[in-house]
Design a protein around this ligand. Structure first.
Ligand code: SF4
Length: 296
Protein backbone atom coordinates (compact mmCIF):
# COMPACT_ATOMS: atom_id res chain seq x y z
CA UNK A 1 0.00 0.00 0.00
CA UNK A 2 2.66 2.47 1.02
CA UNK A 3 4.66 1.60 -2.09
CA UNK A 4 2.04 3.23 -4.30
CA UNK A 5 3.59 6.64 -3.89
CA UNK A 6 6.92 5.56 -5.41
CA UNK A 7 5.38 3.89 -8.44
CA UNK A 8 5.09 5.66 -11.80
CA UNK A 9 1.77 6.83 -13.12
CA UNK A 10 1.14 4.43 -16.05
CA UNK A 11 2.78 5.77 -19.24
CA UNK A 12 4.95 8.35 -17.46
CA UNK A 13 7.87 6.11 -16.52
CA UNK A 14 9.89 6.95 -19.62
CA UNK A 15 9.74 10.67 -18.85
CA UNK A 16 11.02 10.32 -15.29
CA UNK A 17 14.68 11.16 -14.48
CA UNK A 18 16.97 8.13 -14.55
CA UNK A 19 17.79 8.55 -10.85
CA UNK A 20 14.11 8.21 -10.01
CA UNK A 21 13.57 5.26 -12.30
CA UNK A 22 16.58 3.53 -10.76
CA UNK A 23 15.14 4.09 -7.31
CA UNK A 24 11.77 2.59 -8.26
CA UNK A 25 13.23 -0.32 -10.23
CA UNK A 26 16.41 -1.11 -8.29
CA UNK A 27 15.91 0.61 -4.93
CA UNK A 28 15.24 -1.04 -1.57
CA UNK A 29 11.60 -0.02 -1.21
CA UNK A 30 9.43 -3.02 -0.46
CA UNK A 31 12.41 -5.40 -0.57
CA UNK A 32 14.63 -6.96 2.04
CA UNK A 33 18.09 -5.47 1.51
CA UNK A 34 21.08 -5.69 3.79
CA UNK A 35 24.53 -4.16 4.17
CA UNK A 36 26.05 -7.39 2.77
CA UNK A 37 24.32 -6.61 -0.56
CA UNK A 38 25.77 -3.11 -0.97
CA UNK A 39 26.61 -2.58 -4.63
CA UNK A 40 23.71 -4.69 -5.87
CA UNK A 41 20.86 -2.21 -5.27
CA UNK A 42 20.26 1.50 -5.60
CA UNK A 43 20.85 3.10 -2.21
CA UNK A 44 18.61 5.70 -0.63
CA UNK A 45 21.64 7.83 0.26
CA UNK A 46 24.36 7.98 -2.37
CA UNK A 47 25.77 11.51 -2.30
CA UNK A 48 26.48 14.04 0.41
CA UNK A 49 28.38 17.30 0.84
CA UNK A 50 30.25 16.31 4.03
CA UNK A 51 34.03 16.20 4.45
CA UNK A 52 35.89 13.44 2.62
CA UNK A 53 36.40 10.42 4.85
CA UNK A 54 33.95 11.55 7.52
CA UNK A 55 32.96 8.48 9.58
CA UNK A 56 29.56 10.03 10.27
CA UNK A 57 28.58 9.69 6.62
CA UNK A 58 29.48 6.00 6.58
CA UNK A 59 27.38 5.45 9.68
CA UNK A 60 24.40 7.35 8.23
CA UNK A 61 24.65 5.38 5.00
CA UNK A 62 24.66 2.05 6.89
CA UNK A 63 21.86 3.17 9.20
CA UNK A 64 19.59 4.05 6.30
CA UNK A 65 20.28 0.71 4.59
CA UNK A 66 19.28 -0.96 7.85
CA UNK A 67 15.86 0.67 8.20
CA UNK A 68 13.41 -2.26 8.22
CA UNK A 69 10.84 -0.41 6.06
CA UNK A 70 12.65 2.52 4.42
CA UNK A 71 9.61 3.39 2.27
CA UNK A 72 7.69 4.01 5.51
CA UNK A 73 10.39 5.85 7.43
CA UNK A 74 10.74 9.57 8.11
CA UNK A 75 13.99 10.95 9.51
CA UNK A 76 14.18 14.01 11.75
CA UNK A 77 17.33 16.02 12.35
CA UNK A 78 18.62 19.43 13.25
CA UNK A 79 21.52 21.77 12.51
CA UNK A 80 24.89 20.07 12.39
CA UNK A 81 27.02 18.03 10.03
CA UNK A 82 24.79 14.95 9.95
CA UNK A 83 21.74 16.61 8.52
CA UNK A 84 23.77 17.66 5.45
CA UNK A 85 23.82 13.99 4.46
CA UNK A 86 20.50 12.82 5.95
CA UNK A 87 18.60 15.50 4.05
CA UNK A 88 20.06 14.19 0.75
CA UNK A 89 18.45 10.78 1.18
CA UNK A 90 15.49 9.72 -0.97
CA UNK A 91 13.14 9.41 2.00
CA UNK A 92 11.34 12.26 3.80
CA UNK A 93 13.44 14.34 6.18
CA UNK A 94 12.02 16.85 8.67
CA UNK A 95 14.24 19.59 10.02
CA UNK A 96 13.68 20.37 13.70
CA UNK A 97 14.81 23.87 14.55
CA UNK A 98 18.02 23.69 16.54
CA UNK A 99 17.51 21.17 19.32
CA UNK A 100 13.80 20.64 18.63
CA UNK A 101 14.23 17.32 16.87
CA UNK A 102 12.79 15.07 19.61
CA UNK A 103 9.84 17.42 20.12
CA UNK A 104 9.14 17.47 16.38
CA UNK A 105 9.51 13.69 16.20
CA UNK A 106 7.05 13.26 19.09
CA UNK A 107 4.30 15.13 17.24
CA UNK A 108 5.14 13.46 13.96
CA UNK A 109 5.11 9.97 15.43
CA UNK A 110 1.78 10.53 17.18
CA UNK A 111 0.22 12.08 14.09
CA UNK A 112 1.32 9.20 11.88
CA UNK A 113 -0.18 6.68 14.30
CA UNK A 114 -3.49 8.52 14.28
CA UNK A 115 -3.50 8.80 10.50
CA UNK A 116 -2.22 5.34 9.57
CA UNK A 117 -3.25 3.19 12.52
CA UNK A 118 -1.52 -0.16 12.53
CA UNK A 119 0.54 0.38 9.38
CA UNK A 120 4.19 0.84 10.34
CA UNK A 121 5.37 4.42 9.97
CA UNK A 122 8.78 4.68 11.57
CA UNK A 123 10.23 7.94 12.84
CA UNK A 124 14.00 8.05 13.35
CA UNK A 125 15.82 11.03 14.85
CA UNK A 126 19.46 11.37 13.81
CA UNK A 127 21.34 14.33 15.25
CA UNK A 128 24.71 15.24 16.65
CA UNK A 129 25.85 15.26 20.24
CA UNK A 130 25.54 19.06 20.46
CA UNK A 131 21.96 19.11 19.17
CA UNK A 132 20.93 16.17 21.31
CA UNK A 133 22.82 16.30 24.60
CA UNK A 134 23.29 20.08 24.88
CA UNK A 135 20.83 22.28 23.02
CA UNK A 136 18.04 19.72 22.65
CA UNK A 137 18.73 17.92 25.94
CA UNK A 138 15.40 18.71 27.59
CA UNK A 139 13.41 17.61 24.55
CA UNK A 140 15.44 14.44 24.18
CA UNK A 141 14.95 13.43 27.80
CA UNK A 142 11.28 14.38 27.95
CA UNK A 143 10.49 12.39 24.83
CA UNK A 144 11.98 9.37 26.60
CA UNK A 145 10.13 10.01 29.86
CA UNK A 146 6.89 10.37 27.85
CA UNK A 147 7.67 6.99 26.22
CA UNK A 148 7.39 8.37 22.70
CA UNK A 149 7.63 5.50 20.24
CA UNK A 150 10.49 6.47 17.95
CA UNK A 151 14.22 5.87 17.66
CA UNK A 152 16.81 8.45 18.67
CA UNK A 153 20.31 8.08 17.21
CA UNK A 154 23.13 10.27 18.44
CA UNK A 155 25.89 10.90 15.90
CA UNK A 156 28.52 11.40 18.58
CA UNK A 157 31.59 13.08 17.12
CA UNK A 158 32.39 14.52 20.56
CA UNK A 159 32.64 18.10 19.27
CA UNK A 160 30.76 20.85 17.44
CA UNK A 161 32.39 20.01 14.10
CA UNK A 162 30.06 22.15 12.02
CA UNK A 163 30.93 25.41 13.77
CA UNK A 164 34.67 25.11 14.27
CA UNK A 165 35.46 22.89 17.24
CA UNK A 166 33.65 23.92 20.42
CA UNK A 167 33.39 21.35 23.22
CA UNK A 168 30.06 19.60 23.70
CA UNK A 169 28.64 17.76 26.68
CA UNK A 170 29.85 14.57 24.99
CA UNK A 171 33.47 15.71 24.61
CA UNK A 172 35.81 13.81 26.91
CA UNK A 173 37.25 15.50 29.98
CA UNK A 174 40.61 17.12 29.30
CA UNK A 175 40.15 17.17 25.51
CA UNK A 176 41.79 20.21 23.89
CA UNK A 177 39.96 21.61 20.88
CA UNK A 178 40.30 24.72 18.73
CA UNK A 179 37.60 26.46 20.73
CA UNK A 180 38.48 24.73 24.02
CA UNK A 181 42.21 25.54 24.18
CA UNK A 182 42.56 24.82 27.91
CA UNK A 183 40.85 21.45 27.66
CA UNK A 184 37.36 20.44 28.71
CA UNK A 185 36.90 20.62 32.49
CA UNK A 186 33.90 18.27 32.87
CA UNK A 187 33.17 14.59 32.29
CA UNK A 188 31.48 13.28 29.15
CA UNK A 189 27.74 13.12 29.79
CA UNK A 190 26.31 9.69 30.54
CA UNK A 191 23.49 9.74 28.00
CA UNK A 192 23.34 5.93 28.00
CA UNK A 193 22.63 5.87 31.73
CA UNK A 194 20.07 8.64 31.37
CA UNK A 195 18.33 6.80 28.52
CA UNK A 196 17.91 3.74 30.74
CA UNK A 197 16.69 5.77 33.73
CA UNK A 198 14.24 7.64 31.50
CA UNK A 199 12.72 4.35 30.32
CA UNK A 200 14.18 3.59 26.88
CA UNK A 201 13.34 0.01 25.91
CA UNK A 202 16.55 -0.43 23.94
CA UNK A 203 19.91 1.31 24.37
CA UNK A 204 23.06 0.51 22.37
CA UNK A 205 26.51 1.86 21.59
CA UNK A 206 28.16 1.17 18.27
CA UNK A 207 31.00 2.30 15.99
CA UNK A 208 30.73 2.38 12.20
CA UNK A 209 33.52 -0.05 11.29
CA UNK A 210 31.30 -3.08 11.86
CA UNK A 211 28.49 -2.72 9.27
CA UNK A 212 26.62 -5.86 10.30
CA UNK A 213 26.50 -4.72 13.89
CA UNK A 214 25.28 -1.27 12.86
CA UNK A 215 22.57 -2.96 10.81
CA UNK A 216 21.59 -5.20 13.69
CA UNK A 217 21.24 -2.42 16.29
CA UNK A 218 19.33 -0.11 13.94
CA UNK A 219 16.83 -2.80 12.98
CA UNK A 220 16.22 -3.79 16.59
CA UNK A 221 15.87 -0.17 17.71
CA UNK A 222 13.33 0.68 15.00
CA UNK A 223 11.27 -2.50 15.48
CA UNK A 224 11.15 -2.04 19.27
CA UNK A 225 10.23 1.64 18.96
CA UNK A 226 7.24 0.74 16.76
CA UNK A 227 5.37 -1.00 19.54
CA UNK A 228 7.23 -0.98 22.84
CA UNK A 229 8.74 2.43 23.53
CA UNK A 230 11.61 4.85 22.92
CA UNK A 231 14.97 3.48 21.78
CA UNK A 232 18.40 5.11 21.82
CA UNK A 233 21.57 4.38 19.87
CA UNK A 234 24.79 6.24 20.57
CA UNK A 235 27.21 5.94 17.66
CA UNK A 236 30.82 7.07 17.74
CA UNK A 237 31.22 8.93 14.46
CA UNK A 238 34.55 10.74 14.62
CA UNK A 239 35.19 14.22 13.22
CA UNK A 240 38.39 13.79 11.27
CA UNK A 241 38.69 17.55 10.77
CA UNK A 242 38.48 18.73 14.39
CA UNK A 243 40.37 15.71 15.75
CA UNK A 244 42.97 15.82 12.93
CA UNK A 245 42.50 12.18 11.96
CA UNK A 246 43.96 11.47 8.49
CA UNK A 247 41.20 10.22 6.20
CA UNK A 248 42.93 6.87 5.64
CA UNK A 249 43.07 6.33 9.43
CA UNK A 250 39.42 7.05 10.22
CA UNK A 251 38.40 3.39 10.50
CA UNK A 252 41.56 2.59 12.47
CA UNK A 253 40.61 5.36 14.91
CA UNK A 254 37.08 3.93 15.21
CA UNK A 255 38.54 0.53 16.08
CA UNK A 256 40.95 2.04 18.63
CA UNK A 257 38.19 4.07 20.25
CA UNK A 258 35.92 1.01 20.32
CA UNK A 259 38.63 -0.96 22.11
CA UNK A 260 39.45 1.89 24.46
CA UNK A 261 36.18 3.48 25.60
CA UNK A 262 33.35 2.86 23.15
CA UNK A 263 32.85 -0.90 23.45
CA UNK A 264 29.72 -2.34 21.89
CA UNK A 265 26.93 -2.48 24.45
CA UNK A 266 23.30 -3.40 24.19
CA UNK A 267 20.49 -3.18 26.73
CA UNK A 268 16.93 -4.38 26.20
CA UNK A 269 13.99 -4.47 28.57
CA UNK A 270 12.23 -7.83 29.00
CA UNK A 271 9.26 -6.45 27.05
CA UNK A 272 11.54 -5.49 24.17
CA UNK A 273 13.10 -8.96 24.11
CA UNK A 274 9.68 -10.60 24.09
CA UNK A 275 8.54 -8.29 21.30
CA UNK A 276 11.53 -9.15 19.09
CA UNK A 277 11.16 -12.86 19.74
CA UNK A 278 7.41 -13.12 19.22
CA UNK A 279 6.87 -10.69 16.37
CA UNK A 280 10.14 -10.87 14.47
CA UNK A 281 11.55 -14.32 15.26
CA UNK A 282 14.66 -13.29 17.21
CA UNK A 283 15.39 -16.71 18.72
CA UNK A 284 18.07 -15.42 21.11
CA UNK A 285 15.37 -13.60 23.08
CA UNK A 286 13.01 -16.54 23.48
CA UNK A 287 12.63 -17.55 27.13
CA UNK A 288 15.03 -20.33 28.05
CA UNK A 289 13.32 -23.64 28.90
CA UNK A 290 13.22 -24.25 32.64
CA UNK A 291 15.96 -26.61 33.81
CA UNK A 292 14.72 -30.13 34.47
CA UNK A 293 14.14 -30.78 38.15
CA UNK A 294 16.27 -33.68 39.29
CA UNK A 295 15.32 -35.69 42.31
CA UNK A 296 17.99 -35.78 45.00
S1 SF4 B 1 33.41 18.78 10.22
FE1 SF4 B 1 33.85 16.74 11.08
S2 SF4 B 1 31.85 15.73 11.49
FE2 SF4 B 1 31.53 17.52 10.13
S3 SF4 B 1 31.53 16.64 8.06
FE3 SF4 B 1 33.63 17.35 8.50
S4 SF4 B 1 34.69 15.54 9.37
FE4 SF4 B 1 32.48 15.12 9.43
Amino acid sequence: MSLDYVKFTPGFGKFMPKEYRDMVEHGPFGKKTSVSQVGTFKEILEEHPMCAGCAMTLFIRLAIIAFPNPEDTITVGTAGCGRLAISQAAIPFVYGNYGDQNGVASGLSRGLRLRFGDKPKDVVVMAGDGGMADIGFAQTLHSWFRKEKFTTIMLDNEVYGNTGGQESGMTNKGQVLKMAPLGKKFEKMDMLGMAKVAGCAYVATVVPNNPRRVESVIKKAVLIAREVGPTYIQAYTSCNIEYAIPTDKVMEDAKDVENDRYAFSEYLTDEAKQHLAELYGYKEYLPKPAAAVTKG
